[in-house]
Ligand binder design. Structure first.
Ligand code: RB5
Length: 148
């Protein structure tokens, strides 16, 4: 699995923790930045990650900002992206099983580091269940093309 990851200044420390985790797990990733805690605009980082996942270059994406909200709103503007804003283990699991979410967004100011890493692990391990959920994913795609 290839992961695209980015943050803004508000998520920089957790991005570093996640890349450490991915390295330890032997999971391939690309860090789309930023390279420091200097103030940046989260859409400038959500966009490249979302496009890289939507075009198939990367299997999944992870985006961290202060709240996770700005990143998730921005990523979900890119057709084909189902970005889930997650701050608990239950929804980390279920958003993969039911929504087939392809980007995980979290807020560094919202949850502690231990929970954040458990969410990442849960979300990476969980599989889409398909079946009745596929029909619903298809309806989301129809909304993107304004045929909904
Ligand atoms: C940056 O101050 C902050 O607004 C950003 O990290 C994020 O929380 C936006 O949703």
């Amino acid at each position: 699995m290839k992961i695209a990851i980015a943050s803004d200044h508000g998520g920089f420390e957790y991005k570093a923790k996640i890349t450490e985790f991915l390295t330890a797990q032997g999971i391939e990733f690309k860090d789309f930045g930023p390279a420091s805690t200097e103030s940046v605009d989260y859409p400038d980082y959500a966009g490249p990650v979302a496009r890289a996942v939507a075009n198939g270059e990367y299997d999944r994406g992870i985006l961290i900002c202060g709240t996770g909200i700005g990143m998730s709103i921005a990523a979900n503007k890119v057709p084909g992206i189902r970005c889930a804003l997650v701050h608990d283990v239950f929804t980390a699991q279920v958003t993969r099983e039911h929504n087939n979410s392809n980007i995980l967004a979290m807020g560094q100011r919202v949850i502690g580091e231990g929970l954040m890493l458990l969410i990442v692990k849960t979300w990476l391990d969980a599989e889409f269940e398909g079946g009745r959920h596929q029909k619903r994913i298809d309806k989301i795609a129809q909304l993107e093309s304004c045929n909904g």
